[in-house]
Design a protein around this ligand. Structure first.
Ligand SMILES: NC(=O)c1ccc[n+]([C@@H]2O[C@H](COP(=O)([O-])OP(=O)(O)OC[C@H]3O[C@@H](n4cnc5c(N)ncnc54)[C@H](O)[C@@H]3O)[C@@H](O)[C@H]2O)c1
Ligand SMILES: O=C(O)C(=O)C[C@@H](O)[C@H](O)[C@H](O)COP(=O)(O)O
Ligand SMILES: [Zn+2]
Length: 357
């Protein structure tokens, strides 16, 4: 990758991808802003302090808003605390929310920005691989409730997204690997070149400093950008980004969020491949390729922690469901995602059984 690239998400927003580009955030704050609410994980001040300094230098009044780590950030209680902060500081529609953190922080901050005064600008500064290639891009925001993951949310287009790959230096390897699940997803649904890059050099794909990882980030952002630009509000086409998520979200939720999102999506993609195999669109080689590429980077491909009967009602609350009909994204050949509507429970159970170690 050259110094940096700008990937447009249609005419919705831009994504800057590069190294040493953190301070580009100031250029993304819309004109007229006076105050910034800077949302970041309590335990991660390193990057938000650089962003805060750049914003202060540019003349903005910056309010630091540390939130609990990981999924504990995506709650109504934390969102409510942020609304109170915005109220106390009298944020107006020209003021701005800036998120500096992983996907949990970009989802939370995006949702708070979407709902404050019915919408104020948000600038996303993702600091995990997963948030760079997926969560921070494309305007899906939300929080969890006890009844399910991401059940409350809004579409809210960010003013801009800045992905500085240098911040991945401090990301624990296990979180970097989890983020690769969403990269690999992009390979299966749209860009097989992503799979080829990972398969050719799995070590480089999991090395924050390697040009291979930089290329993977750019390619996955382009996949997401193309899908979102065509169907921001998920009328239909955007659903392909949910590949592996119907079972994945259920696995994540029943684990009490001990399973990382990317790890659960990896298992969910193998389940989707097993479903696609039974529907006739995934041949033996493509099925094997799912397990092989995920395992090459250290992602899980087996699962039998809970009986299928516990997962089924959770999957029924997936947003792709229509009435009593469950809907899945499966492949009809590599890079040809299609919908599987209301498969028989026996088929679902057989696909699930195939995940056993
Ligand atoms: N809105 C979307 O389109 C979308 C897409 C994909 C995933 N998501 C959501 O994203 C969330 C998962 O995001 P995630 O995987 O980034 O998890 P996360 O936000 O929990 O971050 C993972 C861990 O890494 C730490 N961390 C973040 N950046 C770091 C850095 N540079 N150095 C050191 N530590 C760092 C965090 O504090 C956290 O402990 C899930 O809630 C998922 O639902 C949303
Ligand atoms: O951007 C999208 O659209 C996606 O589905 C991306 C997913 O990777 C992401 O996990 C998303 O949050 C899932 O959305 P949900 O609508 O199923 O909650
Ligand atoms: Zn996801």
């Amino acid at each position: 990758m050259s110094e940096s690239v700008v990937v447009p998400v249609g005419d919705l927003h831009d994504v800057v991808v590069g190294r040493g580009v953190l301070e580009r955030v100031t250029a993304m704050v819309p004109a007229g802003a006076r105050q910034v609410l800077l949302v970041r994980p309590e335990k991660l001040e390193r990057y938000s302090s650089s962003v805060a300094a750049a914003l202060a230098e540019a003349g903005y009044l910056v309010h630091d808003a540390p939130v609990p780590d990981a999924e504990a950030a995506k709650t109504a209680q934390v969102a409510s605390g942020l609304w109170s902060l915005l109220g106390r500081h009298a944020f107006t529609r020209t003021d701005v929310v800036v998120a500096v953190g992983g996907g949990t922080v970009t989802d939370l901050a995006g949702f708070v920005a979407a709902t404050w005064l019915r919408g104020v600008p948000v600038v996303q500064v993702p600091t995990t691989l997963l948030a760079m290639v997926d969560a921070a891009v494309g305007g899906k925001t939300g929080i969890n409730i006890p009844e399910g993951k991401n059940l409350v949310g809004a579409f809210h287009i960010p003013a801009g997204v800045v992905c500085d790959l240098d911040v991945l230096e401090t990301l624990p390897r296990v979180d970097l690997v989890a983020g690769l699940a969403e990269v690999v997803k992009g390979g299966f649904i749209a860009d097989p070149g992503i799979l080829e890059l990972v398969e050719a050099d799995p070590d480089a794909a999991t090395d924050w400093a390697s040009p291979v990882l930089a290329e993977l980030v750019e390619r996955k952002v382009r996949v997401k950008a193309e899908v979102v630009a065509a169907d921001l509000r998920e009328a239909f086409g955007r659903e392909v980004l949910n590949y592996g998520h119907t079972l994945g979200h259920a696995v994540e939720q029943v684990s009490g969020y001990r399973r990382r999102h990317g790890e659960a999506v990896a298992v969910g993609m193998v389940f989707a491949a097993e479903l696609g195999h039974r529907a006739g669109g995934v041949d033996d080689a493509l099925l094997t390729r799912h397990r092989a590429v995920l395992e090459a980077v250290g992602l899980p491909t087996t699962y039998d922690e809970v009986p299928f009967g516990r997962l089924l009602p959770v999957m029924a609350r997936d947003k792709k469901s229509r009435g009593a009909t469950l809907r899945f994204v499966v492949l009809d050949g590599l890079a040809h995602p299609v919908r599987l509507e209301g498969p028989d429970e026996a088929v679902l159970r057989a696909a699930y059984a195939a995940l056993a170690p």
